[in-house]
Design a protein around this ligand. Structure first.
Ligand SMILES: [Zn+2]
Length: 237
């Protein structure tokens, strides 16, 4: 992997660059149009001394910055994936510079035909939708659009589908949250059941009590006491 060195704003001299981005733990912070860099440890010292943050606050801030960095790395990966997908779609071996400029405008939200920035990940997901791809093909066929022109023509259609895609994404995310919620609830129930199993012999759960009664349990001499109900079934025996 190519070695990229960066200057730590805290510990490096003017001409020094001691951060190796492949190995070192570092943070990148957007400053104007460029990034400035710090070793994570240096940045923590900076936050605690210059910004008077507590240790916990400084760690949270570094965590926040790293999450942003990770998202940016993901976006770079997705641009690559998107370009490969698009080249496969039109069976072309390269993309013109103007296309990359357009993508950047779309990512930044500066492209005039969109209302907000659209990430490469979202574009990639949309271009992966076979229904949409079929729709693009049909439109191109109907209107007689040549393969060379489809790159931008289709892109305009994909962008016009973004609102619908956003709705779909929102629904999907809320579905995921619900599943997580259910899983959590199930985990709680399981834990409660585990506790129940570990209870003393004379404290059984209601299911066991019902099963026992259904089995004609009154014949036995076992004692039942249910904590929530607050009674001891001893008197019924
Ligand atoms: Zn440093």
């Amino acid at each position: 992997m190519k070695e990229i060195k960066r200057r730590c704003q805290f510990c490096d001299e003017k001409n020094e660059k001691s951060i190796n981005t492949n190995i070192d733990d570092y943070v990148a912070i957007k400053k104007g149009k460029a990034n400035v860099y710090y070793h994570s440890q240096c940045y923590q010292i900076y936050l605690m001394t210059k910004k008077k943050m507590s240790e916990e606050e400084s760690l949270l801030e570094i965590q926040r910055l790293k999450a942003i960095m990770e998202a940016q790395m993901e976006e770079i990966k997705y641009r690559d994936k998107l370009c490969k997908l698009v080249m496969d779609l039109y069976d072309i071996s390269y993309l013109p510079d103007s296309y990359f400029i357009r993508l950047t405008e779309i990512n930044n939200g500066t492209y005039k035909k969109i209302k907000e920035p659209i990430s490469n990940m979202d574009l990639y997901t949309m271009y992966s939708n076979q229904k949409l791809i079929a729709k693009l093909g049909n439109i191109a066929l109907k209107k007689g659009i040549s393969k060379e022109k489809r790159l931008y023509w289709d892109l305009a259609i994909v962008l016009s589908e973004y609102e619908g895609y956003k709705k779909w994404k929102r629904n999907n995310i809320s579905k995921n949250i619900n599943i997580d919620k259910i899983k959590k609830e199930m985990g709680k129930i399981k834990q409660a059941q585990q506790k129940e199993i570990h209870k003393k012999d004379d404290e059984v759960d209601i299911t066991e009590l019902i099963l026992w009664i259904m089995d004609g349990g009154f014949i036995g001499k076992r004692t039942f006491r249910h904590r929530e109900w607050g009674f001891s079934s001893r008197k019924f025996l």
